[in-house]
Design a protein around this ligand. Structure first.
Ligand SMILES: [Zn+2]
Ligand SMILES: [Zn+2]
Length: 82
């Protein structure tokens, strides 16, 4: 059994996991808490893509409560992206 997932974790703005790219390809993610060989990337990657509901909501919460924006932190021990 592989110890880490070969996909890339996609994180919402509030640093919760949106999905794993392995799931996009029809494969199973080994677990969001596993190391992801492709690293992590923010949910809102392409500017043309409509921001997802989850990110939209957390963005509104930040504005309402003036919570300073914190960039998504990689979970666990992510692979270096090179
Ligand atoms: Zn999102
Ligand atoms: Zn995965």
């Amino acid at each position: 059994m592989r110890a880490s997932c070969e996909g890339c974790l996609v994180l919402h703005r509030d640093a919760t996991v949106a999905f794993c790219t392995e799931e996009l390809d029809g494969r199973l993610c080994l677990g969001y808490d596993r190391r992801h060989l492709a690293g992590t990337m923010p949910c809102r990657v392409e500017p043309k893509v409509v921001r997802c509901e989850h990110c939209q909501r957390s963005l509104q919460l930040m504005l309402v409560f003036s919570i300073p924006y914190q960039p998504p932190r990689p979970l666990g021990n992510p692979a270096l992206v090179n």
